[in-house]
Design a protein around this ligand. Structure first.
Ligand code: HEM
Ligand SMILES: *[C@@H]1O[C@H](CO)[C@@H](O)[C@H](O)[C@H]1NC(C)=O
Ligand SMILES: *[C@@H]1O[C@H](CO)[C@@H](O)[C@H](O)[C@H]1NC(C)=O
Ligand SMILES: *[C@@H]1O[C@H](CO)[C@@H](O)[C@H](O)[C@H]1NC(C)=O
Ligand SMILES: *[C@@H]1O[C@H](CO)[C@@H](O)[C@H](O)[C@H]1NC(C)=O
Ligand SMILES: *[C@@H]1O[C@H](CO)[C@@H](O)[C@H](O)[C@H]1NC(C)=O
Ligand SMILES: *[C@@H]1O[C@H](CO)[C@@H](O)[C@H](O)[C@H]1NC(C)=O
Ligand SMILES: *[C@@H]1O[C@H](CO)[C@@H](O)[C@H](O)[C@H]1NC(C)=O
Ligand SMILES: *[C@@H]1O[C@H](CO)[C@@H](O)[C@H](O)[C@H]1NC(C)=O
Ligand SMILES: CC(=O)N[C@H]1CO[C@H](CO)[C@@H](O)[C@@H]1O
Length: 270
């Protein structure tokens, strides 16, 4: 019995890595050789129609990965899934993932997971917006469960830098990683409701946030005067381009979200 138990332990140690740690660059080379091309072409078509798709996919991929891993579970439709809870409200891009999945199921049924599609599509959309391209491993399996309550572990836009760093630290990411990742705010938009207090009544002072450039206060006040809750670029210079401009903007006191602005002034991240 002891020998059997010992070998069971051994086979768990030996088999687990080979069974589950099999992500590879080009995982679908043989089973679905056109997989990456199909994804790239459909992302490219969508990007021509709507270049804000880059921001949509980047944010969706981040939210998926940070709640239970990069397993596509943000896509699950059940009413208590990650897809349908508060901080998720403005996550978009679901239709494109569904469209790519439909095409891949037609070409190579049951081979390419939604989690792979999301990772590939995000990579391609970043390159289309002027960012770098990179090889990524594939072979992810889709999660079967979505954990709505996990979404509330995501920190919010008024977080302090210390909380931001510990949030990424929990995922084994250091300060450089965390700062670089928040640079994703070089594309996309945020809703006025998330930063309006910075324009009118910062921290109960009845005044604008003194860390915001006054020309930007005026600009955002004008934009946010509209009655619905408008959204506006997080990078005031080039919100459709994946570049470094976001970091220049926050150093010029032109960050829109409070956390983004703090990144430039906190000594841990400046
Ligand atoms: C943990 C720190 C982060 C916080 C607090 C944060 C917060 C926010 C908020 C409040 C918005 C605006 C959402 C809205 O208006 O409803 C936003 C948008 C966005 N976030 Fe973040 N974010 C963080 C990290 C990240 C990371 C790591 C990425 C990707 C690598 C990312 C990518 C984006 C993108 C691309 C948008 C624009 C989405 C669009 O235009 O549809 N964020 N973020
Ligand atoms: C798939 O093909 C690419 C390009 O030829 C190569 O770099 C990669 O190693 C291949 N991957 C597998 C798992 O065959
Ligand atoms: C994946 O593709 C291979 C080769 O085209 C095919 O034989 C197989 O049925 C597909 N599905 C799965 C789940 O492997
Ligand atoms: C979610 O629902 C939409 C239609 O409302 C459907 O097209 C899509 O395939 C569903 N996705 C999943 C992962 O069940
Ligand atoms: C990605 O892999 C391909 C094929 O292996 C290689 O030619 C290319 O240089 C790699 N690209 C990057 C950005 O590493
Ligand atoms: C869901 O997320 C909550 C909050 O992070 C966590 O406490 C719980 O263990 C998670 N449940 C599952 C099944 O992963
Ligand atoms: C942070 O971690 C990355 C890998 O994730 C590594 O390349 C980098 O050197 C680390 N930076 C510091 C300052 O430790
Ligand atoms: C807000 O004001 C309180 C004192 O009323 C102060 O302790 C706190 O640091 C201020 N927060 C910010 C973000 O300035
Ligand atoms: C706000 O600034 C942007 C440039 O950052 C400019 O395109 C826009 O016209 C300005 N809007 C208002 C209402 O001043
Ligand atoms: C894009 C998306 O699925 N948004 C959902 C987020 O959650 C709310 C409920 O809180 C849904 O109404 C949205 O459809």
């Amino acid at each position: 019995m002891k020998i059997i138990k010992f070998s069971t332990v051994l086979s768990i140690l030996l088999i687990f890595p080979t069974t589950f740690a099999q992500l590879k660059v080009g995982f679908h080379n043989n089973s679905c050789p056109n997989a990456e091309t199909i994804v790239r072409n459909l992302v490219s078509d969508e990007f021509k129609r709507d270049p804000t798709i880059t921001a949509a996919l980047l944010r969706m991929h981040f939210h998926d990965c940070f709640v239970g891993g990069c397993d596509g579970s943000i896509l699950i439709n059940s009413t208590d899934s990650e897809r349908f809870v508060g901080p998720n409200l403005s996550v978009r891009g679901f239709e494109l993932i569904d469209e790519i999945k439909t095409e891949l199921e037609a070409q190579c049924p049951s081979n390419v997971s939604c989690a792979d599609i999301m990772a590939l599509a995000t990579r391609d959309s970043v390159a289309l917006a002027g960012g770098p391209s990179y090889n990524i491993t594939t072979g992810r399996r889709d999660g079967l469960k979505s954990n709505a309550s996990g979404v509330f572990d995501l920190i919010g836009p008024t977080a302090f830098v210390a909380a931001f760093l510990s949030f990424f630290g929990d995922k084994m990411m250091n300060t450089s990683d965390a700062v670089a990742l928040l640079g994703a705010h070089t594309v996309g938009v945020g809703s006025c409701s998330l930063f309006r207090d910075r324009l009118t009544n910062f921290n109960g002072t009845g005044l604008p946030d003194p860390s915001m450039d006054s020309a930007l206060v005026a600009n955002l006040t004008s934009i946010c005067a509209a009655s619905e809750d408008p959204s506006t670029g997080l990078d005031r210079s080039t919100p459709l381009t994946f570049d470094n401009a976001f970091f220049g903007q926050i150093r010029a006191r032109r960050g829109v979200l409070q956390l983004d602005q703090r990144l430039a002034t906190d000594e841990a991240t400046s």
